[in-house]
Design a protein around this ligand. Structure first.
Ligand code: ADP
Length: 742
């Protein structure tokens, strides 16, 4: 189709991609190449046709200063232009009275000069005048087809090629002719496809750089550069940046096989990527000078801009539409508790978001289907054996059966697959059916090349006759917008899933709290109901002791005593549990001023320390403050703490228990200190839980006392904690209210 430049040795098109086309040491015949030492401008290499153009013998040029060709004034001018950092501007130059355009560039140690003749144009501003009209015509185009057709028509009008085509690349770099304007005697090539190998990657890269490339005469004889190797470094001259660069024999043969004598290709670049080409063919020789090529480049640029505009506005209106659908899906997800219902059983479905004929959602362990899809069994296998194996969460193909042969069975439903992993075990799939495609190739693309024995090199296909291929198992291709939509949906879903999860946890928590409450009520009831039978037992034991004591003997009486002890323990336990639960049930407390000193006085009297703990020295700070709180609870709180302090220090030689307070950061912080057994660090928190005990069985207790203390403190929005060294006593601290200024 267009540029194809290769010098492969083997019948292997992979080679084409690697061929060093930039150092082909020959040029086309429409201009002259002169290379000189960039340091002193002494001429080092010249294309052999210099003699024909300039009428000067090669020998008179090589080794001579550039001024011998251009004269001092023009050389001075050239020197000036070389100083500028920017790309060297083209210059008009006279050699032997004939006008040329001089294009210069640096290649290693050489300055390479392309001399191109200037075409005689009647109206020098012809192109400039036309450009305005062209722009108008582009902007008036009502459809994309019209726009591309206009591009072909105006290019042909301006430059007079026999055939002008707009050629567009697909994702795999195959090309298709999407618009054409041609001489009526030529057969139409509109709609024909060409394989990617027709324009290999290196040629595409050069197009991106140079934008416009001409081949003036395929029947030309490549002009060698003399000498072949530069005297400056002994290497072949790199002329990749020269517009005169010769064309590979393969490409020449390719064009000849097509019946083309001259060509021009201009790159259409959209968003920095080679989108396609304006490809021009001519049946005879044709040369466009630099000014004309620049105009063509400008035209291609205007066309590229129009395409960008068209694609962008297309994308915008499409994304506006899908954005609304996505928003609606999001609203549905927020409304329904069930994701599947939200995405598939409401007004807008997940299949509306992306163009498809069916879709499936896999949610943990089941399928939710919509439209035309494979069966759930087929989907199970597709998921397990294919989709789960993809490393990326978003996967797409338009030819599933080529990757997963089993899918051939359902290619009518799912030749195209776009799969999205939303979260663990949650997938969404969209399907597109097989669209039997007839592709008209410009020649059989499978016969891209053959080995040319005579030339001992590869040759392109000889026939460009329309070759029809039927493609099976292919769906319409997916586009970037489909990917974007899938990704945004995933984001929305993740948000909703998280939200649902949180709700689930909250609901569970509520259930747990309810269950806990129920259990408390049950325990409360149970403890309550135990009271009567325990009292009954107490009564009977008393009767047994009083009325039948003598009959039972010493052993029997001891057993009755032990039973009494157990009953007493049971009573304390019941009392403690009931107290604890009672605290739990009254949510609000009534705060009144409570004088700590008088509460403690009562508590201490109750314990009757001198009688029950004769060894213990008990100290109490004098200025204990008034606090705000529930009088009864505060009594209970002190009594539990004091009970423990006395109990767990009772085995010391000289037990000391001390009560006091401090103002810490405005909080009335009380402490009760003992020099008893202390608490191991790992139990510091747990002893505040119900029935958790850390002391040995020699200390009586139910493990409820501190749980009651904690509940009371929390009901007062205060805090209780402990500092202790095991074996070295403990200090329990607490405060009941917020910071206080006094
Ligand atoms: P108990 O009836 O066992 O005393 P508590 O709930 O009052 O139940 O206390 C829980 C555990 O905390 C006790 O079993 C004991 O191990 C530890 N404990 C409480 N107060 C002290 C203290 N002053 N000194 C050492 N250990 C204590």
């Amino acid at each position: 189709m267009a540029e194809h430049e290769t010098y492969p040795d083997l019948v292997n098109l992979e080679n084409c991609e690697r061929e060093p086309i930039h150092i082909i040491g020959k040029i086309q015949e429409h201009g002259v190449l002169v290379a000189c030492d960039k340091a002193n401008l002494e001429i080092t290499q010249v294309s052999r046709n210099a003699a024909d153009f300039f009428g000067i013998n090669l020998k008179e040029l090589l080794g001579k200063p550039m001024s011998s060709l251009l004269g001092d004034r023009q050389v001075q001018h050239l020197r000036e232009s070389l100083k500028s950092e920017e790309e060297h501007e083209p210059q008009e130059i006279l050699v032997k009275g004939k006008k040329y355009i001089l294009l210069s560039h640096i290649s290693n140690d050489s300055l390479v000069l392309d001399f191109e003749p200037v075409n005689e144009v009647q109206d020098p501003f012809f192109f400039q005048k036309k450009l305005n009209t062209i722009l108008n015509r582009f902007q008036k185009a009502r459809s994309f087809e019209e726009l591309t057709r206009e591009a072909a028509v105006v290019t042909r009008q301006m430059f007079g090629y026999d055939r002008v085509m707009v050629y567009k690349f697909d994702e795999e770099w195959n090309g298709v002719v999407i618009a054409e304007c041609k001489d009526k005697n030529l057969e139409p090539w509109l709609g024909l496809h060409y394989p990617a190998t027709d324009i290999p990657e290196q040629s595409r890269k050069l197009f991106l750089k140079h934008r416009v490339r001409i081949i003036t005469n395929v029947h030309y004889k490549p002009v060698p550069i003399e000498p072949e190797f530069s005297p400056l470094n002994g290497e072949a001259l790199d002329i990749s940046l020269s517009g005169l660069r010769a064309v590979s024999p393969i490409h020449i043969e390719y064009l000849k096989n097509m019946g083309v004598a001259a060509s021009l290709s201009a790159a259409i670049v959209v968003k920095g990527k080679l989108w396609g080409l304006i490809a021009c063919h001519h049946n005879g020789k044709k040369y466009l000078d630099l000014y004309q090529r620049e105009t063509c480049r400008f035209l291609a640029q205007m066309f590229s801009n129009e395409i960008t505009l068209h694609e962008t506005s297309n994308l915008l209106s499409k994304s506006e539409l899908t954005e609304n659908i996505r928003r609606q899906l999001m609203a549905q997800m927020k409304y329904h508790q069930d994701i599947l219902a939200a995405l598939n059983r409401d007004t807008v479905k997940f299949t509306d978001l992306i163009e498809c004929t069916g879709g499936a959602i896999y949610y943990i362990d089941r399928w939710e289907l919509n439209g035309r899809t494979p069966t759930p069994e087929q989907l199970d296998s597709l998921l397990e054996n294919f989709i789960r194996k993809q490393s990326k969460s978003l996967f797409l193909t338009r030819n599933l059966s080529a990757l997963f042969p089993e899918a051939e069975a359902y290619c009518a439903e799912a030749s195209g697959l776009l799969s999205l992993r939303v979260a663990d075990n949650k997938y969404i799939l969209w399907f597109r059916p097989e669209v039997p495609q007839v592709i008209n190739w410009g020649g059989n693309p499978n016969l891209k090349a053959y080995y040319n024995k005579k030339e001992d090199r590869i040759s392109p296909r000889r026939s460009f006759q329309k070759w029809t291929e039927k493609l099976t198992g292919f769906a319409e291709p997916w586009h970037q917008i489909d990917k974007n939509n899938a990704r945004s949906l995933r984001e929305n879903m993740s948000y909703i899933l998280l939200h649902l999860q949180r709700k689930e946890i909250e609901a569970l928590n509520e259930k747990l709290l309810a269950a806990h409450k129920e259990l408390e009520l049950f325990s409360y009831g149970l403890s309550h109901d135990l009271r009567a039978p325990v009292r009954g037992m107490e009564g009977f034991i008393k009767i047994l002791q009083e009325d039948y004591g003598q009959l039972l003997g010493e052993k029997g009486n001891r057993m009755l005593e032990m039973s009494n002890g157990l009953i007493e323990k049971m009573n304390t336990l019941i009392d403690d549990i009931l107290e604890y639960f009672r605290l739990g049930h009254s949510d609000e407390i009534t705060r009144t001023p409570v004088d700590t000193a008088s509460v403690l006085k009562e508590v201490v009297e109750l314990f009757n320390i001198p009688i029950n703990f004769p060894k213990t020295s008990f100290k109490i700070q004098q200025d204990l403050p008034v606090v705000e709180g529930d009088q009864r609870m505060i009594f209970q709180l002190w009594s539990n703490l004091l009970n423990n302090a006395l109990k767990y220090s009772s085995e010391e030689e000289k037990p000391i228990v001390e009560i006091g307070w401090e103002n810490v950061k405005g909080r009335k912080t009380f402490f009760i200190k003992d020099n008893g057994i202390g608490v191991e660090p790992q139990f510091k928190e747990r002893i505040f839980e119900t029935f958790k005990r850390a002391a040995g069985s020699r200390f009586k207790g139910t493990g409820v006392g501190l749980a009651i203390v904690k509940r009371i403190v929390e009901k007062h929005k205060g805090k209780v904690w402990l500092e202790s060294k095991p074996g070295n006593g403990s200090v329990f601290y607490f405060y009941l209210e917020g910071p206080n200024e006094d």
